[in-house]
Design a protein around this ligand. Structure first.
Ligand code: CFN
Ligand code: HCA
Length: 533
């Protein structure tokens, strides 16, 4: 940690020192130093982290809710579905265009409902007497105005509490409006422990209601889907162009710049390429089980990772012409990347970053920093599961029934049991032996020895960490941004890219190097000393 004389152990202890003992005990299993043991046979033993558990009440968490994960994250980026929030107006309003997922309809004639926010705007009388009638009327109104291909309904907390049957309403309306696919998500905000449960609910719904609906096979020699890419700041545009130049047919993206038609034809793909494993692994598994297409993990964040992922796809298809085209694209793109790296690296080398975001970027962006010589001294996810840290299959995942009304394992009573903490040394040994995914490496294996790993970092811990370690850059989201910058450390939003981007692919990497260079080398910090100091 360099700037401080404290040891990593002392820093870790300091983070939780002020907590009540019960909270401290819990946090101590979620904050750890990356102590890796490499066995003689090459297997890596990693620490065990207690991820995907409930945040203790009173702690200021970065996390969001199940509705945000379902409506905002997975379903938000599809342009031609009318997404109706069934609930009081706040849920719809505060999820209105806040994620910077972009879209580009081919012409003005094509549907694009993303700029709209649709809500049933429930009031007191709907809470008391039920909101199903109002929901039906809202679906009818949306249909009359827009004649969309599909309408999706998202349940908010009060809907689950009063028991409105959103699925029954949608089934009725689908029958009535025979040329419109109408379906609902029971993604009440309180379900699960974070937005992660909402991803799972959305995955199940997309698979159940759309995947497989297109009965004729689309054209294309090398057909893939890109899973877990959401076109934040235009990332998907860069990747779409890259695939086209390689001669790879992108049938669908789940769900950046996507359409209903894409989802409906996605089962025809020969290969699923998974970017953000956390949010979309369920669809990858379901497609593999039902239709047979395997999935591989890819990463288009970072120039090296992009080249590696393109080669991985070419390897899968094992075709000389495709391989040649992929190599040509890499050759065309790399000189500019190298030039940018050579120019920027002397100014950024040795600087230290901290990354606390979501369920995937706190890992994938580390490589991008490494490409300009910066190291990640602390990182953590908001809501990822143990597999995203440790890169192996661990405890059974949650089970959600077909219409997502029951997510049994996540009920409060079962919480403790399901997220069973290792009790004995034998338990710990057993967990450490868990199967590693073939194609999936978690954050820990990639991070440096004794780097700090913190799951669901709290506001208090983040503040302490910054005070003690003075990183050169702290990556987080909008809620953290200004609190961090008031401590004198630049904060890069890895969710929205701070109104910038794209950061994916080769061109995106160059853009990222430049933005980070500007931030970590800004002189403004030296000018903010108060006059009385
Ligand atoms: S675009 Fe993704 S990459 S989908 Fe997920 S886990 Fe969120 S919205 Mo914010 S930026 Fe973030 Fe990841 Fe996957 Fe985004 S790191 S928190 S739910 N996320
Ligand atoms: C979400 C969306 C979010 C929030 C970003 C932030 C996003 O979790 O509901 O906290 O700045 O990327 O828009 O992750």
């Amino acid at each position: 940690f360099e700037v401080t004389t404290m040891t990593a152990e002392q820093i870790k202890d300091e983070l939780t020192r002020q907590y009540p003992s019960k909270v401290k005990r819990k946090r101590d299993k979620q904050i750890l130093l990356n102590e890796k043991i490499e066995e003689a046979d090459g297997t890596l033993t990693l620490p065990v982290i207690n991820a995907n558990t409930r945040t203790s009440p009173g702690i200021i968490t970065q996390r969001g809710c199940s509705y945000a994960g379902c409506k905002g994250v997975i379903m938000g980026p599809t342009r031609d579905i009318v997404n109706i929030t069934h609930g009081p107006i706040g849920c719809g309003f505060y999820s209105w265009l806040t994620r910077r997922n972009q879209t580009k309809p081919p012409t003005d004639e094509h549907d694009n409902f993303m700029p709209y926010s649709f809500s049933t705007d429930m009031h007191d009388e709907n809470i008391i007497f039920g909101g199903e009638k109002k929901l039906k009327a809202a679906i009818q109104e949306a249909y009359d105005l827009f004649h969309p291909k599909a309408i999706a309904v998202f349940a908010t907390c009060p809907v689950g509490l009063i028991g409105d049957d959103v699925h029954q309403v949608c089934r009725e309306m689908k029958r009535e409006l025979s040329d419109c696919n109408v379906f609902a998500f029971s993604c009440e905000g309180y379900k699960g422990v974070s937005q992660s449960a909402g991803h799972h609910i959305a995955n199940n719904g997309v698979f159940q209601h759309m995947v497989g609906n297109q009965k004729t096979e689309p054209e294309g020699k090398f057909k893939i889907n890109l899973l877990g890419e959401y076109n934040i700041g235009g990332d998907a545009f860069v990747l779409e162009d890259m695939f086209e130049r390689c001669g790879i047919t992108l049938l669908s993206t789940f769900s950046g710049n996507s359409t209903v038609e894409q989802f409906e034809q996605s089962h025809w793909a020969q290969l699923n390429c998974v970017m953000c494993h956390r949010s979309i692994n369920y669809v990858a598994d379901m497609i593999e089980k039902k239709y047979g297409a395997p999935w591989i993990k890819v990463n288009f964040i970072g120039a090296k990772a992009t080249a590696k992922s393109l080669r991985k796809i070419a390897e899968f298809f094992d075709d000389a012409e495709l391989t040649a085209r992929v190599e040509k694209v890499i050759e065309e793109e790399y000189p500019a990347v190298r030039k940018a790296q050579e120019e920027i690296l002397p100014r950024t080398e040795g600087k230290r970053a901290m990354l606390f975001v979501g369920g995937s970027r706190a890992h994938s962006y580390q490589e991008l920093f490494a490409e300009i010589g910066m190291k990640t001294i602390a990182a953590g996810y908001e809501f990822a599961h143990r597999d995203d840290y440790e890169g192996r299959k661990v405890l059974p995942d949650i089970k959600i029934d077909a219409d997502s009304r029951n997510i049994e394992e996540l009920s409060v009573e079962k919480d403790e049991e399901h997220f069973r903490e290792p009790q004995t040394n034998a338990d710990i040994e057993e967990l450490k032996k868990g199967d590693f995914f073939q194609n999936y490496q978690g954050m820990m294996a990639d991070m440096g020895e004794k780097a700090m790993i913190i799951d669901d970092v709290s506001h208090h811990e983040a503040e302490k960490l910054i005070e003690m370690c003075q990183p050169d850059i702290f990556c987080a989201g909008i809620k953290e941004k200004y609190a961090v910058q008031k401590l004198g450390v630049p904060c890069k939003q890895l969710h929205s890219y701070d109104y910038g981007g794209p950061y994916a692919g080769f061109q995106g990497a160059i853009q990222f190097y430049q933005d980070i260079d500007r931030m970590v080398n800004s002189k403004v910090k030296d000018m903010i000393k108060a006059p009385w100091e």
